[in-house]
Design a protein around this ligand. Structure first.
Ligand code: UD2
Ligand code: MN
Length: 602
């Protein structure tokens, strides 16, 4: 056998050595050039084929985070109010469009100096007002519709007409006006009856006379002023009472509608039994770029009744892929953006006027619609951008918790039947204000409309739900060596390696799970215990057989007979978070022993 060195010296003696070296260098060079040009070619090709927005990634806090479909909507936890800013800053309108800025829905970048100001002003609206003020209120936007949506043709003569209702409280001038202008610029004239702005008692100076004057110049647009702040429900009702169009279309005051947005909504709302929502895309709170939101989503809610975007059930996914331009059902709507025939809106009782300021009206309306014989749907063919915010920028009289909790208490009491008891049992602070709610007229409405039960709703509209039921076990799954199955509160859920959490008490939802007759272990937020590669993970509940756990005595087994096993590392305290969970061959080992402790859920 030749050694490596001998091999080289044999091959490359004298002049031959130089030639061989040269050849090797040449080959390497040609190779490198080939790869570089291939890369270049690919980049150029990508650039031309793919629009810029497809290369964007969502960050952790944005609309769709990497954990799945969490979104910043429906669960404000208080906010920063911008109270320290000088009066003239708060009250002036600094809209000054820079030519080209934000055109095509592209992000606007600021200079280092501007960034400092932008940060100072951020709390004013919980979005980047400096960027918004640079973008024309008539800016162009990308068309995010699928090919199949673009090819649908509507006969405008057959569509009902629309009244657009936009309520606002202390909104920025530029975002509000961009909402209005996007509607005027992109809605067929024959369909657009009127645009009604409802000012919910804003106190910003620029939203007074200055706004009146600007609105007066616009055809079909009018403004109503709520003398005292009621919140969005009262304001929307005020707008709805003035509507002359056949269909009411509600929008938040920081939206931008895109090409062809109105026709699919009116087409569906014409049916008189459906609340139809557009597909909500993302306007970045930082750069105001317009980006596509994830295609497969629908609205639902957590055990604590926080609104959530989740992945639809498999039947709906199949329907969507077979027919992408067809509207699909959703258990709930996000709340801000929807169209409904005026007659249906009033027939089903408008809104619950007892709901103040913000929150829970979207769940109430969705439950009412479904339970009382209508439907709630989303159409991917109508694309509207909305600025999702991390904090609520305005004041909540009495505090955000008080306001939101009493709205939730109302919705749960009227519509949720046994599940209201579940909600109140595990939210004692909300149960405490339950009796203060006067909901007799809403209960009466439910009776008069002969609405179905919440049980019917869960079984028929959202069979994939993760709430306890009479035929689902509910309680703690306690490991023999310490800790309980559960998802630590406030942590990103989907894809998270499963571990145990401190067992807590009977009211501690973080250590309570549903165990279904089919064998799914479900935690709050639609998370199911799933056997991964190695460790078990908390995954979005699905039809996967990896989410099935068969109970055999004190063991939980995979369909192939492996045992759910907890390994604690040395530093894991017996009762604290920790360890890791996997499935292993069943042996005599208390790491494979689980105690199922039932907890009454209502
Ligand atoms: C979502 C909905 C929102 C509403 C809310 C639950 C979307 C995109 N947004 O939260 O429409 O259903 O969930 O209540 O689905 N406003 C007033 N008076 C007030 C408070 C708010 O007029 O006292 C206006 C506000 O200016 C805005 C609209 O109501 O135009 C919705 O408020 P938001 O944007 O703070 O709600 P959002 O999008 O976080
Ligand atoms: Mn909003």
């Amino acid at each position: 056998m030749l050694l490596k060195n001998d091999f080289w010296s044999l091959l490359c003696r004298g002049r031959k050595k130089k030639i061989v070296t040269l050849l090797v260098v040449l080959i390497l060079l040609i190779n490198a050039m080939f790869y570089v040009s291939l890369e270049l070619y690919n980049t150029v090709k990508r650039k031309h084929k793919e629009p810029w927005y497809n290369s964007l990634h969502f960050d952790k806090d944005s609309y769709v985070d990497e954990t799945g479909m969490r979104v910043i909507v429906g669960h404000y936890v208080g906010g920063i109010k911008g109270g320290d800013l000088p009066d003239d800053v708060v009250n002036s309108n600094n809209y000054a469009p820079v030519p080209g800025a934000g055109e095509g829905g592209r992000p606007v970048q600021l200079s280092q100096r501007e960034l400092i100001t932008a940060r100072e002003l951020y709390s004013l609206h919980s979005y980047n007002i400096l960027v918004s003020d640079k973008i024309s209120i008539n800016r162009s936007l990308p068309d995010m519709r699928s090919e199949s949506c673009r090819s649908v043709e509507f006969n405008l003569d057959n569509l009902p007409t629309a009244t657009i209702i936009i309520v606002f409280h202390n909104e920025a001038w530029s975002t509000l006006m961009r909402t209005v202008m996007s509607v005027l610029n992109r809605s067929p004239g024959v369909l657009l009856k009127q645009v009604i702005l409802v000012d919910d008692a804003s106190d910003r100076r620029y939203l007074g006379e200055e706004l009146d004057k600007a609105i007066a110049k616009l055809d079909k647009v009018q403004i109503l002023r709520n003398p005292t702040r009621t919140g969005l429900v009262g304001a929307r009702l005020m707008g709805a009472r003035e509507a002359v169009g056949d269909v009411l279309v509600f929008l938040d005051a920081h939206c931008e509608v895109t090409q062809g947005w109105l026709e699919p909504l009116l087409d569906r709302a014409g049916n008189d039994d459906v609340f139809i929502c557009p597909h909500i895309d993302l306007l970045s709170d930082d750069t105001m770029s317009y980006t596509k939101s994830i295609d497969a989503h629908w609205g639902a809610f957590s055990w604590r009744l926080h609104f959530r975007w989740l992945i639809p059930g498999s039947d709906v996914l199949a329907l969507k892929s077979a027919n992408p331009s067809k509207p699909y059902p959703t258990p709930t709507m996000a709340g801000g953006l929807f169209a409904v025939r005026k007659s249906l809106f009033w027939r089903l009782g408008g809104y619950d006027e007892g709901m103040l300021i913000w929150g829970a009206e979207n769940l109430e309306l969705s439950w009412r619609a479904w339970q009382c014989g209508a439907r709630v749907e989303i159409t991917s063919c109508s694309r509207v951008g909305h600025i999702f915010r991390r904090h609520s920028p305005y004041k909540y009289p009495g505090g955000v918790a008080k306001v939101l909790n009493s709205n939730l208490a109302r919705a749960a009491t009227v519509w949720m039947d046994e599940w209201a008891e579940f909600f109140f049992k595990f939210n004692p602070s909300i149960a405490a204000i339950r009796d203060q709610q006067t909901v007799a007229d809403r209960v009466e409405l439910r009776k008069n409309l002969k609405c179905k039960s919440f049980k019917w709703y869960l079984e028929n509209v959202w069979p994939q739900h993760f709430f306890p039921t009479d035929d689902r076990w509910f309680g703690r799954i306690r490991s023999d060596i310490g800790g309980c199955l559960g998802v630590p509160a406030g942590t990103p859920g989907v894809g998270r390696p499963a571990s145990t959490v401190p067992c807590g008490n009977d009211l501690d939802l973080d250590s309570l799970v549903v165990y279904t007759p089919e064998g799914r272990v479900m935690a709050d937020e639609g998370l199911c215990l799933q056997q991964g590669n190695g460790r078990a993970v908390w995954s979005a509940c699905s039809d996967s057989s990896k989410q099935l756990w068969v109970q055999k005595g004190p063991r939980l087994k995979t369909p192939s007979g492996l045992c759910l096993t907890l390994y604690l590392t040395e530093k894991d305290d017996k009762d604290k978070d920790g360890g890791f969970i996997t499935s292993k061959k069943c042996i005599q080992d208390n790491r494979q022993i689980w105690h199922l402790e039932r907890v009454p859920w209502r």
